[in-house]
Design a protein around this ligand. Structure first.
Ligand SMILES: Nc1nc2c(c(=O)[nH]1)N[C@@H](CN(C=O)c1ccc(C(=O)N[C@@H](CCC(=O)O)C(=O)O)cc1)CN2
Ligand SMILES: NCC(=O)N[C@@H]1O[C@H](COP(=O)([O-])[O-])[C@@H](O)[C@H]1O
Length: 185
């Protein structure tokens, strides 16, 4: 049974879709969920699904709590699902090409420091892009710079506001992220 760890900083709707996708799988399980925000709703979702979960501070992350925990639990794949801190070198070294992230745009467009959540969708709107989408990529030491694994696009229509764009992107995430994760295990 392959073991998945999820890192998230907020609501956790992607985490929930991943949990549901693997809930009856013989191949893999969501083994642990962790957040840098003790009040993040993703931790409530983990609790509701009886999945081990914990909160950590930036200092604890920089001291190696994530790689220590994940190596001890024999985690096979680390999944970033709305995680908003930079993954430190220690975790990347411990999990080379084993940390993946979903970005809510078609990288290299609208990526990098400061580009997360609604900020991304507002940028798509402000730029007047005719399409947006999702990018699933390996995580390296820079933001949104790792090797791209998968992209899917969706049209941005004239009257779409940032929230409507976000909803379209979320639909793509829920449809494809769990399947791409499964394909990597
Ligand atoms: N080493 C890496 N760490 C992370 C990556 C990555 O590619 N390499 N991806 C991000 C996820 N992400 C985009 O997909 C992303 C998340 C957050 C930011 C950002 O600018 N964060 C702010 C802090 C926000 C906060 O504390 O609430 C910042 O760094 O100032 C950019 C991109 C996850 N980690
Ligand atoms: N740059 C990183 C970034 O913006 N990630 C985005 O945060 C959202 C988290 O939603 P969720 O907590 O409901 O899954 C997702 O749309 C994800 O693509």
């Amino acid at each position: 049974m392959k073991k998945i760890a999820i890192l998230a900083s907020g609501n956790g709707s992607n985490a929930e879709e991943i949990i549901k996708h693997f809930s009856s799988s013989q191949k893999a399980e969501v083994n642990i969920i962790a957040s840098n925000k003790k009040e993040a709703y993703v931790l409530e979702r983990a609790k509701n699904h009886n999945i081990t979960h914990f909160a950590f501070t930036r200092q604890e992350m920089d001291a190696g709590v994530l790689e220590d925990t994940f190596v001890q639990r024999k985690i096979d794949l680390v999944v970033l699902a709305g995680f908003l801190l930079k993954i430190p070198e220690g975790l990347i070294k411990a999990y080379p090409e084993k940390i993946i992230n979903v970005h809510p745009a078609l990288l290299p467009k609208h990526g990098g420091k400061g580009m997360y959540g609604m900020k991304v969708h507002q940028a798509v709107k402000d730029r007047g892009d005719k399409e947006t989408g999702i990018t699933i990529h390996y995580v390296n030491e820079k933001y949104d710079d790792g090797r791209i694994i998968f992209q899917e696009s969706v049209a941005v229509e004239e009257g779409d506001d940032a929230v409507q764009i976000a909803n379209k992107v979320h639909a793509l995430e829920y449809k494809y992220f769990p399947k791409v994760i499964e394909s990597l295990l």
